[in-house]
Ligand binder design. Structure first.
Ligand code: BV8
Ligand code: ZN
Length: 254
Protein backbone atom coordinates (compact mmCIF):
# COMPACT_ATOMS: atom_id res chain seq x y z
CA UNK A 1 0.00 0.00 0.00
CA UNK A 2 1.49 3.34 -1.02
CA UNK A 3 1.48 5.93 1.75
CA UNK A 4 0.89 9.60 1.00
CA UNK A 5 4.31 10.49 2.40
CA UNK A 6 5.89 8.69 -0.58
CA UNK A 7 4.35 11.20 -2.99
CA UNK A 8 6.81 14.14 -2.69
CA UNK A 9 9.84 11.92 -3.42
CA UNK A 10 8.04 10.34 -6.38
CA UNK A 11 7.25 13.80 -7.79
CA UNK A 12 10.82 15.06 -7.28
CA UNK A 13 12.23 12.06 -9.13
CA UNK A 14 9.74 12.21 -12.06
CA UNK A 15 11.17 13.26 -15.43
CA UNK A 16 7.76 13.76 -17.09
CA UNK A 17 4.51 14.61 -15.28
CA UNK A 18 1.11 14.80 -17.01
CA UNK A 19 -1.63 16.95 -15.50
CA UNK A 20 -5.13 16.01 -16.73
CA UNK A 21 -7.96 18.31 -15.61
CA UNK A 22 -11.75 18.52 -15.68
CA UNK A 23 -14.39 21.05 -14.62
CA UNK A 24 -13.57 20.58 -10.91
CA UNK A 25 -10.30 22.51 -11.27
CA UNK A 26 -12.37 25.60 -12.23
CA UNK A 27 -15.05 25.08 -9.55
CA UNK A 28 -13.25 27.32 -7.01
CA UNK A 29 -13.17 30.07 -9.63
CA UNK A 30 -16.96 30.03 -9.47
CA UNK A 31 -17.43 28.15 -12.75
CA UNK A 32 -20.10 25.52 -12.08
CA UNK A 33 -18.98 22.03 -12.95
CA UNK A 34 -20.34 20.31 -16.01
CA UNK A 35 -23.10 18.41 -14.34
CA UNK A 36 -24.49 21.24 -12.32
CA UNK A 37 -24.22 23.82 -15.11
CA UNK A 38 -27.92 23.68 -15.93
CA UNK A 39 -29.52 26.43 -13.90
CA UNK A 40 -32.35 28.72 -14.90
CA UNK A 41 -33.38 28.58 -18.55
CA UNK A 42 -31.66 25.26 -19.12
CA UNK A 43 -32.62 23.46 -15.91
CA UNK A 44 -35.11 21.22 -17.78
CA UNK A 45 -32.35 19.77 -20.02
CA UNK A 46 -29.73 17.09 -19.55
CA UNK A 47 -26.27 18.30 -20.57
CA UNK A 48 -25.83 15.46 -23.00
CA UNK A 49 -29.00 16.69 -24.76
CA UNK A 50 -27.93 20.32 -24.94
CA UNK A 51 -24.23 19.88 -25.80
CA UNK A 52 -24.96 18.20 -29.15
CA UNK A 53 -25.11 19.20 -32.85
CA UNK A 54 -28.79 18.12 -32.97
CA UNK A 55 -29.74 20.46 -30.13
CA UNK A 56 -28.03 23.32 -31.97
CA UNK A 57 -29.78 22.45 -35.26
CA UNK A 58 -33.12 22.21 -33.44
CA UNK A 59 -32.81 25.41 -31.43
CA UNK A 60 -29.67 27.46 -32.19
CA UNK A 61 -30.77 30.39 -30.01
CA UNK A 62 -31.19 28.19 -26.91
CA UNK A 63 -27.78 26.50 -27.32
CA UNK A 64 -25.89 29.64 -28.38
CA UNK A 65 -27.41 31.52 -25.42
CA UNK A 66 -26.21 28.81 -23.02
CA UNK A 67 -22.63 28.96 -24.34
CA UNK A 68 -22.54 32.77 -24.33
CA UNK A 69 -23.78 32.71 -20.70
CA UNK A 70 -21.00 30.25 -19.84
CA UNK A 71 -18.43 32.38 -21.72
CA UNK A 72 -19.60 35.48 -19.81
CA UNK A 73 -19.12 33.58 -16.53
CA UNK A 74 -15.57 32.62 -17.57
CA UNK A 75 -14.74 36.20 -18.57
CA UNK A 76 -15.90 37.34 -15.12
CA UNK A 77 -13.97 34.60 -13.30
CA UNK A 78 -10.30 34.46 -12.30
CA UNK A 79 -7.95 31.48 -12.20
CA UNK A 80 -7.72 29.95 -8.70
CA UNK A 81 -4.78 28.69 -6.61
CA UNK A 82 -5.13 25.26 -8.25
CA UNK A 83 -4.57 26.69 -11.75
CA UNK A 84 -1.65 28.72 -10.37
CA UNK A 85 -0.08 25.67 -8.70
CA UNK A 86 -0.24 23.73 -11.97
CA UNK A 87 1.44 26.64 -13.78
CA UNK A 88 4.10 26.80 -11.01
CA UNK A 89 4.77 23.04 -11.12
CA UNK A 90 6.22 23.45 -14.62
CA UNK A 91 9.24 25.22 -13.01
CA UNK A 92 10.14 22.21 -10.86
CA UNK A 93 9.65 19.38 -13.37
CA UNK A 94 11.89 18.56 -16.36
CA UNK A 95 8.79 18.00 -18.52
CA UNK A 96 5.12 18.75 -17.78
CA UNK A 97 2.23 18.14 -20.21
CA UNK A 98 -1.10 19.81 -19.36
CA UNK A 99 -4.22 18.21 -20.87
CA UNK A 100 -7.67 19.63 -20.13
CA UNK A 101 -11.27 18.64 -20.86
CA UNK A 102 -12.31 22.19 -19.96
CA UNK A 103 -13.40 24.74 -22.54
CA UNK A 104 -12.48 27.75 -20.37
CA UNK A 105 -9.16 29.66 -20.63
CA UNK A 106 -8.30 29.72 -16.92
CA UNK A 107 -5.19 27.52 -17.28
CA UNK A 108 -3.83 29.94 -19.88
CA UNK A 109 -4.72 32.96 -17.75
CA UNK A 110 -2.87 31.36 -14.80
CA UNK A 111 0.26 31.21 -16.95
CA UNK A 112 0.20 27.66 -18.33
CA UNK A 113 1.39 27.49 -21.93
CA UNK A 114 0.65 24.92 -24.68
CA UNK A 115 -2.49 23.53 -23.02
CA UNK A 116 -3.94 20.52 -24.84
CA UNK A 117 -7.73 21.16 -25.11
CA UNK A 118 -9.40 17.82 -25.83
CA UNK A 119 -12.91 19.30 -25.99
CA UNK A 120 -12.21 22.63 -27.67
CA UNK A 121 -12.72 26.11 -26.30
CA UNK A 122 -15.44 28.67 -25.65
CA UNK A 123 -13.14 31.22 -27.30
CA UNK A 124 -12.86 29.72 -30.78
CA UNK A 125 -16.28 30.08 -32.46
CA UNK A 126 -16.58 28.83 -36.02
CA UNK A 127 -19.20 28.55 -38.75
CA UNK A 128 -21.39 25.44 -38.35
CA UNK A 129 -21.77 25.25 -42.17
CA UNK A 130 -18.32 26.08 -43.63
CA UNK A 131 -16.18 25.70 -40.44
CA UNK A 132 -14.41 29.04 -41.01
CA UNK A 133 -13.32 30.71 -37.75
CA UNK A 134 -15.84 33.40 -36.74
CA UNK A 135 -16.18 36.28 -34.29
CA UNK A 136 -18.56 36.97 -31.41
CA UNK A 137 -21.37 39.51 -31.38
CA UNK A 138 -20.39 42.42 -29.13
CA UNK A 139 -23.26 42.11 -26.68
CA UNK A 140 -22.98 39.53 -23.91
CA UNK A 141 -25.90 38.21 -21.84
CA UNK A 142 -25.95 40.24 -18.64
CA UNK A 143 -28.29 38.02 -16.56
CA UNK A 144 -26.27 36.64 -13.66
CA UNK A 145 -28.75 33.78 -13.33
CA UNK A 146 -29.09 31.34 -16.16
CA UNK A 147 -28.79 33.58 -19.21
CA UNK A 148 -31.33 33.68 -22.06
CA UNK A 149 -31.87 32.63 -25.67
CA UNK A 150 -29.59 34.47 -28.10
CA UNK A 151 -29.47 34.24 -31.91
CA UNK A 152 -25.98 33.04 -33.00
CA UNK A 153 -24.08 35.44 -35.29
CA UNK A 154 -24.08 34.67 -39.03
CA UNK A 155 -20.92 33.57 -40.83
CA UNK A 156 -19.60 36.54 -42.85
CA UNK A 157 -18.53 34.13 -45.58
CA UNK A 158 -21.55 31.89 -46.14
CA UNK A 159 -24.29 33.18 -43.85
CA UNK A 160 -24.36 29.94 -41.83
CA UNK A 161 -24.84 29.90 -38.05
CA UNK A 162 -21.76 30.52 -35.93
CA UNK A 163 -21.34 27.71 -33.35
CA UNK A 164 -19.21 27.37 -30.18
CA UNK A 165 -15.70 25.97 -30.78
CA UNK A 166 -16.33 23.03 -28.42
CA UNK A 167 -16.56 19.26 -29.07
CA UNK A 168 -20.19 18.19 -28.60
CA UNK A 169 -21.37 14.72 -27.59
CA UNK A 170 -21.36 12.51 -30.67
CA UNK A 171 -18.58 14.61 -32.28
CA UNK A 172 -15.03 13.29 -32.64
CA UNK A 173 -12.24 14.94 -30.69
CA UNK A 174 -9.45 16.88 -32.45
CA UNK A 175 -7.20 14.02 -33.54
CA UNK A 176 -3.88 15.85 -33.07
CA UNK A 177 -4.80 16.80 -29.48
CA UNK A 178 -5.96 13.27 -28.65
CA UNK A 179 -2.81 11.72 -30.14
CA UNK A 180 -0.57 14.10 -28.19
CA UNK A 181 -2.50 13.34 -25.00
CA UNK A 182 -2.16 9.57 -25.36
CA UNK A 183 1.54 9.91 -26.28
CA UNK A 184 2.17 11.95 -23.11
CA UNK A 185 0.19 9.48 -20.98
CA UNK A 186 2.29 6.59 -22.30
CA UNK A 187 5.61 8.27 -21.49
CA UNK A 188 5.08 9.91 -18.08
CA UNK A 189 6.03 8.66 -14.61
CA UNK A 190 3.15 10.46 -12.85
CA UNK A 191 -0.31 11.50 -14.11
CA UNK A 192 -2.48 13.85 -12.03
CA UNK A 193 -6.23 13.46 -12.65
CA UNK A 194 -7.76 16.61 -11.16
CA UNK A 195 -11.44 17.55 -10.89
CA UNK A 196 -13.00 15.13 -13.32
CA UNK A 197 -15.82 12.62 -12.87
CA UNK A 198 -13.96 10.37 -15.35
CA UNK A 199 -17.24 9.54 -17.13
CA UNK A 200 -16.73 10.88 -20.66
CA UNK A 201 -14.85 8.91 -23.31
CA UNK A 202 -12.40 8.82 -24.95
CA UNK A 203 -10.87 11.42 -22.53
CA UNK A 204 -11.51 9.20 -19.50
CA UNK A 205 -9.16 6.58 -20.97
CA UNK A 206 -6.10 8.80 -20.56
CA UNK A 207 -5.39 8.05 -16.87
CA UNK A 208 -5.88 4.33 -17.60
CA UNK A 209 -3.35 4.45 -20.46
CA UNK A 210 -0.85 6.11 -18.11
CA UNK A 211 -1.38 3.48 -15.38
CA UNK A 212 -1.00 0.66 -17.92
CA UNK A 213 2.30 2.20 -19.03
CA UNK A 214 3.48 2.09 -15.39
CA UNK A 215 2.80 5.66 -14.29
CA UNK A 216 1.52 6.47 -10.80
CA UNK A 217 -1.93 8.11 -11.03
CA UNK A 218 -2.59 10.83 -8.44
CA UNK A 219 -6.25 11.79 -8.19
CA UNK A 220 -7.44 15.06 -6.63
CA UNK A 221 -11.19 15.14 -6.14
CA UNK A 222 -13.42 15.73 -3.08
CA UNK A 223 -15.73 12.94 -4.27
CA UNK A 224 -15.32 9.29 -5.29
CA UNK A 225 -14.92 8.55 -9.04
CA UNK A 226 -14.48 5.41 -11.20
CA UNK A 227 -10.73 6.14 -11.03
CA UNK A 228 -10.51 5.47 -7.28
CA UNK A 229 -9.36 1.86 -7.69
CA UNK A 230 -6.69 2.79 -10.23
CA UNK A 231 -5.23 5.83 -8.49
CA UNK A 232 -2.06 5.13 -6.46
CA UNK A 233 -2.73 8.31 -4.45
CA UNK A 234 -6.16 9.77 -3.73
CA UNK A 235 -6.21 13.35 -2.38
CA UNK A 236 -9.83 13.74 -1.20
CA UNK A 237 -10.19 17.49 -1.30
CA UNK A 238 -10.64 20.63 -3.42
CA UNK A 239 -7.75 21.20 -5.85
CA UNK A 240 -7.27 24.89 -4.93
CA UNK A 241 -6.29 23.65 -1.42
CA UNK A 242 -4.65 20.30 -2.17
CA UNK A 243 -2.36 21.41 -5.02
CA UNK A 244 -0.61 24.41 -3.35
CA UNK A 245 -0.06 22.28 -0.22
CA UNK A 246 1.44 19.44 -2.28
CA UNK A 247 3.76 21.80 -4.19
CA UNK A 248 4.94 23.33 -0.92
CA UNK A 249 5.58 19.92 0.71
CA UNK A 250 7.35 18.62 -2.38
CA UNK A 251 9.47 21.45 -3.75
CA UNK A 252 9.24 24.53 -1.57
CA UNK A 253 10.11 23.19 1.91
CA UNK A 254 13.32 21.68 0.57
C1 BV8 B 1 -17.02 10.64 -29.26
C2 BV8 B 1 -17.38 20.19 -24.31
C3 BV8 B 1 -16.93 9.35 -31.26
C4 BV8 B 1 -18.75 20.72 -24.51
C5 BV8 B 1 -17.71 17.90 -23.47
C6 BV8 B 1 -23.96 7.23 -26.98
C7 BV8 B 1 -24.12 8.04 -28.10
C8 BV8 B 1 -23.12 8.88 -28.56
C9 BV8 B 1 -21.89 8.93 -27.87
C10 BV8 B 1 -21.76 8.12 -26.75
C11 BV8 B 1 -22.76 7.29 -26.32
N1 BV8 B 1 -22.30 6.64 -25.19
C12 BV8 B 1 -21.04 7.05 -24.91
C13 BV8 B 1 -20.70 7.93 -25.87
C14 BV8 B 1 -19.45 8.62 -26.00
C15 BV8 B 1 -19.64 10.00 -25.36
C16 BV8 B 1 -19.63 9.82 -23.85
O1 BV8 B 1 -18.60 9.50 -23.30
N2 BV8 B 1 -20.79 10.04 -23.20
C17 BV8 B 1 -20.85 9.91 -21.76
C18 BV8 B 1 -21.86 10.92 -21.22
C19 BV8 B 1 -21.24 8.48 -21.41
N3 BV8 B 1 -18.50 10.76 -25.81
C20 BV8 B 1 -18.61 11.50 -26.92
O2 BV8 B 1 -19.63 11.68 -27.54
C21 BV8 B 1 -17.28 12.09 -27.38
N4 BV8 B 1 -17.15 11.87 -28.80
O3 BV8 B 1 -17.03 9.66 -28.58
O4 BV8 B 1 -16.92 10.61 -30.66
C22 BV8 B 1 -18.38 9.01 -31.44
C23 BV8 B 1 -19.09 9.65 -32.43
C24 BV8 B 1 -20.43 9.31 -32.63
C25 BV8 B 1 -21.06 8.35 -31.79
C26 BV8 B 1 -20.32 7.74 -30.75
C27 BV8 B 1 -18.98 8.06 -30.57
C28 BV8 B 1 -17.28 13.59 -27.18
C29 BV8 B 1 -17.24 13.88 -25.71
C30 BV8 B 1 -17.00 15.40 -25.51
C31 BV8 B 1 -18.26 16.07 -25.04
N5 BV8 B 1 -17.96 17.47 -24.69
N6 BV8 B 1 -17.38 19.18 -23.23
C32 BV8 B 1 -19.15 21.66 -23.41
O5 BV8 B 1 -18.32 21.98 -22.53
O6 BV8 B 1 -20.33 22.07 -23.44
S1 BV8 B 1 -17.73 16.79 -22.21
C33 BV8 B 1 -17.81 17.58 -20.68
O7 BV8 B 1 -18.17 16.62 -19.71
C34 BV8 B 1 -16.49 18.08 -20.20
O8 BV8 B 1 -15.70 18.64 -21.20
C35 BV8 B 1 -15.83 16.87 -19.61
O9 BV8 B 1 -15.05 16.21 -20.55
C36 BV8 B 1 -16.98 15.94 -19.36
C37 BV8 B 1 -16.98 15.50 -17.93
O10 BV8 B 1 -17.01 16.63 -17.18
P1 BV8 B 1 -15.91 16.82 -16.02
O11 BV8 B 1 -14.87 17.73 -16.53
O12 BV8 B 1 -15.47 15.52 -15.47
O13 BV8 B 1 -16.81 17.58 -15.01
P2 BV8 B 1 -17.98 16.94 -14.13
O14 BV8 B 1 -18.91 18.06 -13.80
O15 BV8 B 1 -18.51 15.70 -14.76
O16 BV8 B 1 -17.20 16.50 -12.82
C38 BV8 B 1 -16.55 17.48 -12.04
C39 BV8 B 1 -15.69 16.73 -11.03
O17 BV8 B 1 -14.99 17.70 -10.27
C40 BV8 B 1 -16.52 15.90 -10.08
O18 BV8 B 1 -15.93 14.62 -9.95
C41 BV8 B 1 -16.42 16.67 -8.77
O19 BV8 B 1 -16.39 15.80 -7.64
C42 BV8 B 1 -15.09 17.34 -8.91
N7 BV8 B 1 -14.93 18.59 -8.16
C43 BV8 B 1 -15.91 19.45 -7.76
N8 BV8 B 1 -15.32 20.49 -7.09
C44 BV8 B 1 -13.98 20.26 -7.10
C45 BV8 B 1 -13.72 19.06 -7.77
N9 BV8 B 1 -12.49 18.56 -7.94
C46 BV8 B 1 -11.46 19.26 -7.42
N10 BV8 B 1 -11.62 20.43 -6.76
C47 BV8 B 1 -12.85 20.96 -6.59
N11 BV8 B 1 -13.00 22.12 -5.91
ZN1 ZN C 1 -19.69 29.82 -43.11
Amino acid sequence: MTVLSDLPELLRSARHIVVFTGAGVSAESGISTFRDDLTGLWSRFDVTDLATPDAFRRDPDLVWGWYEWRRMNVLRASPNAGHAAIAAMKRYVPKLTLITQNVDDLHERAGSGSVIHLHGSLFAPRCFACARPAGFADELPDEPEGGRRMAPPECSHCGGHVRPGVVWFGETLPQAALKAAFKAAESCQVLFSIGTSSLVNPAAEIPRVAAQAGAAVVQINPNPTPLDGLARFNLRGPSAQELPRLIENTWQKH
